[in-house]
Write a protein that binds this ligand. Structure first.
Ligand code: ATP
Ligand code: MG
Length: 453
């Protein structure tokens, strides 16, 4: 065991020593499981940063009793799944303590019992998704590694506990989300799936349709913000899983530029993560357009429809929809972007703020593709010129609606809203100055009414 691993284990355990003691005193086993043990051994995260989950031989009621007895707060929201939560005194983080689950994975197709509990750590570990996630750390510092997790980490290998094609099929069929999790770990750790894993995933990929799309989204979000999304996406393409969950992005994966696109992705912040979705879909749109040789504006509606379909499928938030929708509405080529008519540019900024800076970050990242970077500069300069005081985002005088009513004799109702909208649109389009006086705007409205009459 390398020296710093022992030190990391001690550091981690010292902050949970009391909790381990409470369970030991009751004759119950308590262990740290899953991702924390993996990341600690792989030195993928510092002990203080680890997201620690526990497994225990104690039934949920017993866990509650132990926590109560030791005056620890507890929460029973996850009790249906055998999980009791408590708050970690040192970090203030929520900790989950889950009763051992028995291995049910050898009975595919049978209806799962609501929840059943096991008594053996071994059974709990073998039902986990990957051997690297199927290790446990005991309070005494020893590591329970029954399925070659440490060896798999050393070999950077993704395989199910127990391995073998037959068992892998059963495990992936049992919960096809595991296919997306494998891709996520490939992207995060740059590990490789074994041949058995890839074969079984290829067979089981169609079963992804049987699970909820919210679960897809959670894993795909994590994949996209990982350091090596290309590795995960390529594997999903190879197994056919990408065709199941994100067929829209296939043109990007098939493009000769894919690796360069992925380099561009590294330039993007991971917060907000929807920038990375924007990158993925814009990349797919560009790759698709290159394939069809159709880069012109009329394609915008089609692209936006694609985003809308995907947003529905992945249950995106309104913000995610909007950010990606705005982005996808931009011209695809940098030359077109630079030549965007002033009116279109002003309208885009007004619609897109406060996300213009994010969108530009994305375009800059994409500008790193080939020689497009320099061509992007005029566009960015024009956007910059329309910021601050020159921003087209309308700012009306306070109480402008009231002024409208008194000065123009309007009754409260839609007419007031329409007048306000007309002024805003005129500011966006540069027909009226922004942050002007109420009287100037009124004069414009009166003049317009006179011309209309
Ligand atoms: P992260 O560091 O991103 O949290 P993690 O491995 O801890 O990664 P979680 O989703 O937090 O992932 O799950 C915790 C553990 O639960 C995993 O390490 C794994 O052992 C087990 N697990 C989670 N989801 C599944 C699943 N679908 N099938 C089997 N085991 C799973
Ligand atoms: Mg975790």
């Amino acid at each position: 065991m390398p020296h710093d691993e022992a030190q990391a284990i001690q550091e981690l355990l010292s902050s949970y020593a009391r909790l381990f003691g409470f369970f030991e005193a009751e004759g119950e086993e308590l262990v740290i499981v899953g991702g924390a043990v993996r990341d600690l051994i792989a030195a993928a995260a510092l002990p203080a940063k680890l997201d620690v989950d526990f497994a225990t031989s104690a039934l949920p009621e017993k866990t509650i009793e132990i926590l109560k007895k030791n005056k620890l707060r507890f929460f029973t929201t996850g009790i249906r799944f055998g999980t009791i939560s408590t708050i970690h005194a040192d970090s203030g983080r929520m900790l989950e303590l889950t009763t051992y689950r028995p291995d049910e994975s050898y009975t595919p197709g049978s209806r799962k019992p609501e929840v059943s509990f096991g008594t053996s750590l071994e059974a709990d570990l073998i039902r986990r998704d990957l051997s690297i996630n199927a290790m446990a750390l005991r309070g005494d510092g020893s590591i329970v590694d029954l399925f070659g997790g440490r060896e798999a980490i050393a070999a950077r290998r993704l395989e199910v506990p127990g391995g073998g094609l037959e068992r892998t099929r059963i495990i992936l069929r049992d919960d096809p989300l595991r296919i997306l999790r494998i891709a996520r770990f490939a992207a995060r750790l740059d590990y490789r799936a074994t041949d058995d894993t890839t074969t079984a995933a290829t067979e089981c990929a169609p079963w992804l349709q049987s699970i909820s799309h919210e679960r897809w989204k959670a894993e795909l979000d994590k994949l996209l913000i990982a350091p090596q999304p290309a590795a995960g996406l390529r594997w999903l393409q190879q197994t056919g899983a990408l065709r199941e969950v994100l067929p829209e992005v296939l043109p990007l994966l098939e493009s000769a530029d894919f690796d360069r696109w992925c380099e561009a992705l590294q330039q993007l912040p991971t917060e907000p993560h929807h920038l990375r979705w924007g990158w993925l879909l814009l990349g797919a749109a560009i790759a698709g357009a290159e394939a069809d040789d159709a880069t012109s504006w009329p394609e915008v509606a089609v692209r936006q429809q694609t985003v809308a379909l995907l947003a529905d499928r992945l249950k995106w938030s309104n913000e995610e929809r909007q950010v990606v929708g705005e982005l996808i509405a931009l011209p695809l080529s940098t030359a077109q972007l630079a030549a965007l008519p002033e009116l279109e540019l002003r309208r885009w900024i007004a619609r897109t703020e406060p996300r213009v800076a994010d969108q530009c970050a994305l375009l800059v990242a994409l500008g790193h593709l080939g020689s497009e970077g320099a061509a992007l500069a005029p566009f960015l300069a024009r956007v910059e010129a329309l910021s601050g005081e020159a921003s087209p985002v309308p700012q009306l005088p306070l109480g402008f609606g009231k002024v409208l009513m008194t000065e123009l004799g309007l009754q409260p109702g839609p007419a007031v809203g329409q007048a306000v909208e007309a002024v805003k649109q005129a500011i966006i389009d540069g027909l009226l100055p922004n942050q002007g006086g109420a009287q100037d705007y009124l004069a414009w409205l009166r003049n317009r009414a006179a011309t209309d009459a």
